[in-house]
Structures are given as structure tokens and as C-alpha cells.
Design a protein around this ligand. Structure first.
Ligand code: HEM
Length: 67
């Protein structure tokens, strides 16, 4: 990141960590929408879910060979 006076040495590392975390969330969990209200509001130009987008993550019970 480069938003201050100095350059962040963790810039690329932080992006890689985020990528790995998203990878595990997508491959190891089943995602279910659990909001009651599925209406949208127009927030500036983009429509956005009125109550946010609450989700429930359930482990998929898939075996991985991480070693
Ligand atoms: C989303 C994650 C991150 C954000 C948004 C972020 C943001 C920043 C920003 C804006 C600065 C500059 C501050 C300034 O100008 O005074 C900075 C500096 C720094 N960041 Fe990060 N950073 C992140 C992740 C990381 C990670 C993962 C590490 C280390 C593993 C790290 C280590 C550092 C260090 C050591 C500095 C000081 C650099 C210096 O003083 O020369 N950052 N960070």
C-alpha cells in the first residue's frame, strides 16, 4: 500500500494473504444467503442489498492434501 509518506513493504504479501483466504473460503465452505429481506436500495449509482448480504458458511467436509 502506498497511501502514506512511506511505502508499505507488506503490500504484495497482504494481497497474497487475501487471495489465499478467499481461496479457502470459496473451496472449503458452502455459502448460503441468510438475510430475510432481499430488497435493494440505490446507493449512489450502484444498487446494494438493503440489509447487507449476511451469509452462513458451512464446511464442505472435503479432504485436502495440504502437505
Ligand atoms: C491490507 C493490508 C495493509 C495495508 C492497508 C497497509 C498499509 C500501509 C500504509 C498506508 C503504510 C504507510 C504508512 C506511512 O506512510 O506512514 C504502511 C507501512 C508499513 N507496512 Fe503496511 N499495510 C498492509 C499490510 C502490511 C503487512 C502484511 C505488513 C508486514 C507483513 C506490513 C508492514 C508495513 C511496514 C513495516 C510499514 C512501515 C514502512 C516504513 O516505515 O518504511 N503492512 N502500510
Amino acid at each position: 500500500m502506498n497511501w502514506g509518506a512511506r511505502i508499505c513493504p507488506g503490500d504484495e504479501f497482504a494481497k497474497l494473504e487475501t487471495l489465499v483466504a478467499i481461496h479457502h473460503l470459496v473451496t472449503r465452505f458452502k455459502w448460503r444467503l441468510c438475510g430475510k429481506d432481499d430488497s435493494f436500495i440505490r446507493d449512489q449509482l450502484m444498487p446494494s442489498p438493503f440489509e447487507g448480504l449476511p451469509i452462513l458458511l458451512e464446511p464442505k467436509n472435503v479432504e485436502y492434501n495440504d502437505q
